[in-house]
Ligand binder design. Structure first.
Ligand code: QAP
Ligand code: CO
Length: 166
């Protein structure tokens, strides 16, 4: 197991569009284990492969209090979306920044699990937000892109300044 480096906004590699996973094999399962260790260590509730510079359609989520309910989504597709909700989001790739984003309240998602088995899941609330946020990463989109250009620029400069200070 290993803790992976997380790309930080505005790294251009965060805008890479992820390719579908062809086969859920031992290599993919090893990446899932490393991503889980990285997410729990942070700590975070969601992580997309894009954020660890692996440009494949894979994301993991654990919104449980007990941090023992890992959910794996491979090649996820949203089949239905309904309603609206506003949630204050953060992102491991944009540390220290929390901003409100409007998304669907409900999503019906189809994906494969870590065994390569297809499942569908109806998600609401935080889980629904998290799925939509992580699926955006796979399309090369970071949540700050929903904000005004002014806010986004302030965040970009703050991130670059933090990086210089390290
Ligand atoms: C995405 O985000 C998410 O700024 C997952 O300093 C977030 O796990 C979806 C984190 C909120 C829905 C609602 C952020 C950790 C973790 C930070 C995360 C930080 C340390 C973010
Ligand atoms: Co994120």
């Amino acid at each position: 197991m290993a803790i992976l480096d997380i790309l930080n906004y505005p790294d251009p590699r965060l805008h890479t569009v992820a390719k579908p996973v062809k086969e859920v094999n031992a290599t993919i399962r090893a990446l899932i284990r490393d991503m889980a260790e990285t997410m729990y260590d942070a700590p975070g509730i969601g992580l997309a492969a894009t954020q660890v510079n692996q440009h494949i359609q894979l994301l993991i989520i654990d919104t449980s209090e007990t941090k023992d309910q890992l959910q794996v989504f491979i090649n996820p597709k949203i089949l239905e979306r309904d309603g609206e909700q506003v949630y204050e989001e953060g992102c491991l790739s944009v540390p220290g920044i929390y901003e409100s984003v409007t998304r669907a309240e409900k999503v019906l998602v189809e994906a494969m699990d870590e065994q390569g088995k297809l499942f569908t899941l109806e998600a609401h609330g935080l889980l629904s937000v998290c799925i939509q946020h992580e699926m955006d990463h796979l399309q090369g989109k970071v949540f700050v892109e929903y904000l005004s250009p002014l806010k986004r620029n302030r965040i970009k400069h703050k991130m670059l300044k933090q990086k210089r200070g390290k």
